[in-house]
Design a binder for this molecule. Structure first.
Ligand code: NAP
Ligand code: FER
Length: 333
């Protein structure tokens, strides 16, 4: 039996393309003592992978040329030589872009398939959901009545941020890249306001119109000109949550922009970056609250699912074109 895998073929300069990846086949490995064989069912494609495609070191080691692309996965145990796992168990792992993978069990988290669809372990109840929860609640410190602006608002993280801010009693304004996304935010997710940044030229004027009381919390997924437009509108003691800068991930040299930090001085505001991994010990409590909000209908989610391991590169690239609504996933089997 063969294992299809997607490897990194080249380190891209700028926007990656499908030719930067290579689909290969290797024999499905057999589990050794203490190991399990996983059949991957879903894999997650995420913006941070663009950073791992560079040769420079970041929080995780770069992916080597010829190595299997990294990424979060949900799989089924199909063979087990580890007493903690039985065939049929559904687990979250970090197995990357392949159809089968071995694990010694140390990186596996069992998932209860009766509690929620298993794909949510990579989305709303997984890393992106945890990012929204801790980024907004811990770093953003939203108070009832605050105006919260979120960029990348219709994506996996952003769509959860806006809804959690609503649950926290805030007024929520989303920025997203299509009319369909804006409709989704307003009609399905009950955002108070939203606009399509691809159709608006003066972001500051638009935000000022949509945030008549100024901005108390900004949750930044994109950076770039959207973020530039936020600074002049922040209120005293505003919190800028620096979650991601996707507009910058494919640039080869830093973009020159206006120097805006003086706004933080006069508004006594705080801009703080965070990485979700610092909160892993608290994922269980967050997952429980988020699952409850989902059951109560207060927290909705969407997934954009592409089928087949061979389409993983396409799915990944679609993130940078904004083709996804909610969490972008690949259904592997
Ligand atoms: P996502 O939002 O589901 O997908 C990416 C979205 O980014 C696209 O749908 C697209 O939507 C938008 N985008 C792409 N290029 C853009 C550009 N040039 N300007 C503005 N928007 C652009 O992805 P996600 O997984 O939820 O991640 C969102 C952000 O959170 C990313 O920056 C990611 O790196 C960050 N993140 C950080 C952590 C952490 O621990 N700090 C953890 C997870 C994710 P549009 O149609 O709106 O353009
Ligand atoms: C992300 C962007 C960046 C992310 C992690 C990072 C988990 C970390 C980068 C680094 O440490 O260099 O979306 O998600």
């Amino acid at each position: 039996m063969m294992n299809r895998q997607v490897t990194l073929a080249n380190r891209p300069a700028g926007m990656p393309s499908e030719s930067d990846f290579k689909l290969i086949e290797t024999p499905v490995p057999s589990p050794g003592e203490g190991q399990v064989l996983l059949k991957i069912l879903y894999l997650s494609v995420d913006p941070y992978l663009r950073g791992l495609m560079r040769s420079t070191h970041s929080y995780a080691s770069p992916i080597g040329i010829g190595q299997v692309m990294a990424g979060g996965t949900v799989g089924e145990v199909v063979e087990s030589r580890n007493p903690k796992f039985q065939p049929g168990d559904i687990v979250e792992s970090y197995s990357g872009w392949q159809e089968y993978a071995l694990s010694d069990g140390s990186d596996l988290r069992k998932i209860d398939p009766s509690a929620a669809p298993i794909s949510t372990a990579l989305g709303i109840l997984g890393m992106p959901g945890m990012t929204a929860y801790f980024g907004l609640l811990e770093i953003g410190q939203p108070k009832p009545g605050d105006t919260v602006v979120v960029s990348g608002a219709a994506g996996a993280v952003g769509s959860a941020v806006g809804q959690i801010a609503r649950i926290a009693g805030c007024r929520v304004v989303g920025v997203a890249g299509s009319d369909e996304k804006v409709r989704y935010l307003l009609e399905e997710l009950q955002f108070d306001a939203a606009f399509n940044y691809k159709k608006v030229t003066d972001y500051q004027a638009k935000l000022s119109e949509l945030c008549p009381s100024g901005i108390d919390v900004y949750f930044d997924n994109t950076g770039g000109p959207i973020t530039d437009a936020v600074f002049p509108l922040i209120n005293n003691r505003a919190r800028l949550v620096l979650c991601g800068q996707i507009s910058q991930y494919n640039l080869e040299k830093p973009e020159m922009g206006p120097r805006l930090l003086f706004h933080l001085v006069v508004k006594r505001a705080r801009a703080e970056g965070f990485l979700v991994f610092d909160y892993t010990a608290r994922y269980p409590e967050a997952r429980e609250r988020m699952a409850k909000w989902i059951r109560e209908g207060k927290l909705k989610y969407r997934e954009t699912v592409v089928e087949g391991i061979e389409n993983a590169p396409k799915a990944f690239l679609s993130l940078f074109r904004g083709e996804n609504i909610g969490k972008e996933l690949v259904k592997v089997a």
